[in-house]
Design a protein around this ligand. Structure first.
Ligand SMILES: [Zn+2]
Length: 120
């Protein structure tokens, strides 16, 4: 005769949290030492389309303030180089650029962009 043993509450809860952690793309808030500004700040929690190893590095080394700067930089790069975000080679390019921007890896310099902000 089969019996159903209910999971003890604590295990059920841990399982739910674990699963939630996997499914929830937003990383929990943590304070890190930012590798760009050197400040102890809240780490970035969303890394846009950066994934895998690059995402892990950004979560551990990038603060939200500098991430905001990178987002502006990324827009400039996309415009300047007319990048196609659907193209896998764009991923490689931006992965290197973002790591160089944060000084995480010695992947070379961030591309120079001749960007002239629009006149207010
Ligand atoms: Zn920073």
């Amino acid at each position: 005769m089969a019996t159903t043993v209910p999971l003890p509450g604590v295990f059920a809860r841990c399982g739910a949290l674990y699963w939630n952690g996997i499914m929830n793309k937003e990383h929990p808030m943590s304070v890190i030492t930012c590798s760009r500004c050197g400040g102890e700040k809240e780490a970035v929690t969303k890394t846009a389309f950066y994934r895998g190893e690059v995402r892990e590095k950004l979560l551990a080394h990038a603060c939200q303030d500098c991430w905001g700067e990178w987002m502006k930089m990324q827009i400039m790069l996309v415009n300047e180089y007319r990048l196609n975000l659907m193209d896998p080679s764009t991923d490689d390019f931006l992965n290197k650029q973002v790591l160089a921007f944060f000084g995480i890896d010695d992947n070379g310099d961030v591309a120079k962009v001749d960007y002239v902000p629009p006149q207010a």
